[in-house]
Design a protein around this ligand. Sequence first.
Ligand code: ARG
Length: 578
Amino acid sequence: MNIRQQLNDIFQTAMTAAGIPADCSPAVAPAKKAGFGDYQANGAMAAAKKVGSNPRELAAKIIDNLGEQPMIEKVEIAGPGFINIHLSDTWLAETLAAARADERLNIASAAEPLTAVLDYSHPNLAKEMHVGHLRTTIIGDALARLLEFQGHTVIRQNHMGDWGTQFGMLLAHLADQMENQDAEVALADLEVFYREAKVRFDEEEGFADRAREYVVKLQGGDVDCLKLWQRFIDISISHAEEIYDKLKVTLKRSDVYAESQYNDDLPVLVKDLIDRGIAVEDQGAIVAFLPEMADKEGNPSVVIIQKKGGGYLYATTDLAAIRYRANVLKADRILYVVDARQSLHLQQAFTVARKAGYIADEQTLEHCAFGTMMGDDGKPFKTRTGGTVKLAALLDEAVERATALVAAKNPDLSAEQQAEIGRVVGIGAVKYADLSKTRTNDYVFNWDSMLAFEGNTAPYLQYAYTRVRSIFRRAGVEPSALTGEIKLGTDAERALAIKLNQFGEVLDQVAKDTFPHVLCTYLYELASAYMGFYEACPVLKEGVSEEDKQSRLQLCDLVARTLATGLDLLGIEVLEQM
Ligand code: ARG
């Protein structure tokens, strides 16, 4: 259990003993300012209102009922009834020692492991992956790693767009191309391929009809047509996998559960929705009206489940996916890392699924929405000529830029070393720049700020890690050989100890709210607390007692391991030297 929870439990018990009703929360939170203790219990005010007593008196009563608590050094009442909590140094040091002795830094696995289905990345295979898929891939992968680290079962679902009428035009074009070249060659650049097919569709006599024939054949299950489609899909997936490999995201081919996999279920689903009275016929289409999502005028929200000609839509597939995830995958949480602009679509699908009983009350549907990636001009990120930026090119540029910076900083390293550091820093910078911003906001993509070695960036944190590790090389000692107790003699050591101990509660919070920037902020604050410590407390300087040295090196070790673990959960690599 993390510190905050432990304190919360202690204060909850004390509140009950003080006769306060159980639905009053102690509201324990880390202290916002120095001088107000390490944590605060702010629940006395609300509780006093509820039972009609004086908040300061009630706070005193809570304190009287605390009993002997090894965690707590002392408490004091402040202001209208805040309780400032000072943690015990002995307890803090012991907790750190326990963390050091544990591979997982003493981060407990979730008491109730859940099954989380995580829908992320999900490119459309008709086209090359573009920057629009960067955020979902990065954020989704960080959440997957973190939930798994916490002991939850994560089922990755790469809901790739591999179906739809545009495949008619693409397959017709591919069939022609394959008369004189390999499919791989024809599809080397999906963007170009798509454009060519579109031009033919719009301009070439007879091509549109052939495209439509392909759609009919594909939907009718024509074997040759399906083979061609499968070829197209396989090649497109390998394009996506090149990106996954560059990004070092954990998605595997077996995580692909694409839209087409729901095809057989769509007619069944539509019939079921009609039978349940959720969907009705309206002007030839099958539609669900949702009064619970009505607009200001009271008009119900309308979801088309099946088009007039019998075609299915994005929403139909998503409903089938919810049913599958809830019933077959038995998800406790279903998380959609999807662009905020799809919020209405998802809310509609969620609402229909709930009404139809496709998902139980205790199973959650969560839209982890993210904003748009913007260019420096404040408009959605585009190439200079206004085209969509391809992910592969963007990532290559990140690595190139980082390698140039590293080469300038460290001209003595071999070109090979520079390239490897450049790769780790460049990819880390792109990922961290995205993860460190509140995901629901739009964010401005800027090379200079993400690659800066100062501030809340990947290079800064990666470098902080390397610096901490270099102390062990200079000291000529392995962390495993350190002995003696951790002592928290100075304010800087104490501040660092508290930060280190907060890792667990930060992870819990991110797992619950799915905002990875909270972990980034924490790691940045940890690195800053370390800098403060490093300035105030010499580690290897002459005159430092052996006892202090051993204690401080243990703190260094914990900082390095916490930074590395935290960055790893964000999908960011660290280096021993940079
Ligand atoms: N392929 C879609 C797109 O690129 C995103 C899919 C999101 N997931 C879902 N279950 N709808 O816009």
